[in-house]
Design a protein around this ligand. Structure first.
Ligand code: ZN
Length: 432
């Protein structure tokens, strides 16, 4: 290349990079948050009372809500940015208390063995975005390999990628050969899942270890499960003593405990041991319900997944040994959870997204209502109740002054057209 040409290329590059820096400055200026954002909500659902208020103004400064009241009374000043949602119903951002963002429905059973931890983390980056756009501004991620969930949470918090606020568990604690061990491979592979720990001392050490590497909560496998080989969902796995030791360790270190439990005795023991939530609860019976009500243990049912999972089992090459269990557990879960709903256990919203595609989380609402919750109770499960279960009632779960500006808007049922997280617009289909 001749020198003149080289110089031209260089000049172009310099000009272009100058232009780029102009663009980024311009973006900074236009993105620079003015003093306040005011959302005009045609309707605002007060999730605590079920009241729908008309023409409300939600005033946001930085990442927080500073006031909520009649739009006519909002004192507007220059620099305020108005987001007008006159025909929408505004709600707090939703919380899904049971996700696996780094998991994918195509990778169930033996397929999962071909997925590396870095690949799973990147899958998680996609799923985080999809989940946030579906209106879920917070998730509790209960089980991931290799602390991929910790990396994902930290990348979202750093603003590197879009996603919901995440509380993460790291690997789930479980017994040797249990639902949360790696039982797909024969002995000679010497494969053990990261969360496996047995005996009181063993589980104490493991609880400390997952906290060391970034867990916000502890997930345990109290009973067998559906998507694992060779175990029985109805059989208890951790003993009462082991679970008591985990709960004592976790609570002392400021972490809550979520217990995967299908079988009735495992649910009872987990609640007795003091766990904060029972996940799935498929074979919950009257004794377990009574224990949970006594201790205030939340139930996080995950019911919609059955429909999708069974419908797509063939295309996702789900092995027969999993399908047999799914066909037995999923219908039983619906009957028993409906009974638990009628008995008045505390319920928080969860989906087990990963067993079915992320972003369809809101489908769980319809199943909850079909099984006996009122629509308001179902919404409360994903807002005020989930916030309470996560220990974040001061920050999320309602549109109130002092809370993070995590806000969504809908017009039909289950159609989220507007999402804001911490005062930053994620999506606004109304502006299109
Ligand atoms: Zn799960």
């Amino acid at each position: 290349m001749k020198e003149r040409e080289l110089r031209r290329v260089l000049t172009t590059l310099v000009l272009f990079s100058g232009l780029l820096s102009c663009i980024s400055t311009a973006q900074e200026t236009s993105d620079h948050r003015p003093n306040r954002i005011i959302i005009h909500a045609g309707k605002l659902l007060e999730v605590k009372t079920g009241k729908t208020l008309s023409d409300q103004g939600v005033v946001i400064e930085g990442d927080k809500i500073v006031s909520v009241g009649p739009m006519a009374q909002v004192q507007r000043s220059t620099g305020d940015r108005l987001t007008d949602l006159p025909n929408a119903t505004v709600l707090p951002g939703l919380t899904d208390a049971h996700t696996h963002l780094t998991g994918d429905p195509r990778n169930i059973g033996y397929q999962s063995l071909g997925i590396s931890i870095p690949r799973a983390t990147l899958t998680g980056a996609r799923n985080a975005r999809v989940t946030l756009e579906a209106g879920f501004t917070t998730v509790r991620n209960v089980g991931a390999e290799g602390y991929s969930d910790v990396a994902l949470r930290d990348a979202i918090d750093a603003g590197d990628i879009p996603g919901p606020r995440m509380l993460v568990s790291g690997p789930a604690l479980g017994i040797t050969g249990g639902h949360c061990d790696e039982d797909l491979l024969p002995f000679e592979y010497h494969a053990t899942a990261e969360g496996v720990a047995d005996g009181v001392e063993g589980v104490q050490h493991k609880a400390r270890e997952v906290i060391q590497y970034g867990a916000d909560l502890i997930k345990i496998c109290a009973t067998g499960g559906v998507l694992s080989k060779g175990d029985n969902p109805q059989a208890s796995q951790y003993t009462l003593e082991e679970m008591k030791a985990i709960v004592a360790e976790a609570h002392r270190l400021g972490r809550k405990v979520a217990a995967h439990a299908h079988g009735a005795q495992g649910i009872l023991w987990a609640s007795q041991a003091g766990v904060d939530s029972i996940e799935h609860g498929s074979y919950i019976d009257d004794a377990a319900i009574a224990e949970m009500k006594k201790h205030g243990t939340y139930l996080v049912p995950t019911l919609y997944l059955g429909d999708w999972f069974l419908e797509h089992a063939t295309e996702n090459r789900v092995p027969d040994f999993l399908l047999v269990k799914a066909k037995a557990v999923m219908p039983a879960a619906r009957r028993n959870v409906a009974h638990a709903f009628a008995s008045g256990v505390k319920v928080a919203f969860g989906t087990d997204a990963a067993v079915y595609p992320h972003g369809l989380n809101a489908h769980e609402f319809a199943v909850m209502v079909k099984l006996g919750l009122t629509p308001l109770q179902a919404i409360q499960a994903a807002t005020v109740n989930a916030a309470d279960l996560l220990g974040r009632s001061d920050k999320i779960g309602s549109v109130e002054p002092g809370k993070w500006a995590d806000i969504i808007a809908v017009d039909g049922e289950e159609r989220v057209k507007f999402v804001m997280k911490g005062g930053t617009m994620v999506k606004n289909d109304y502006a299109k």
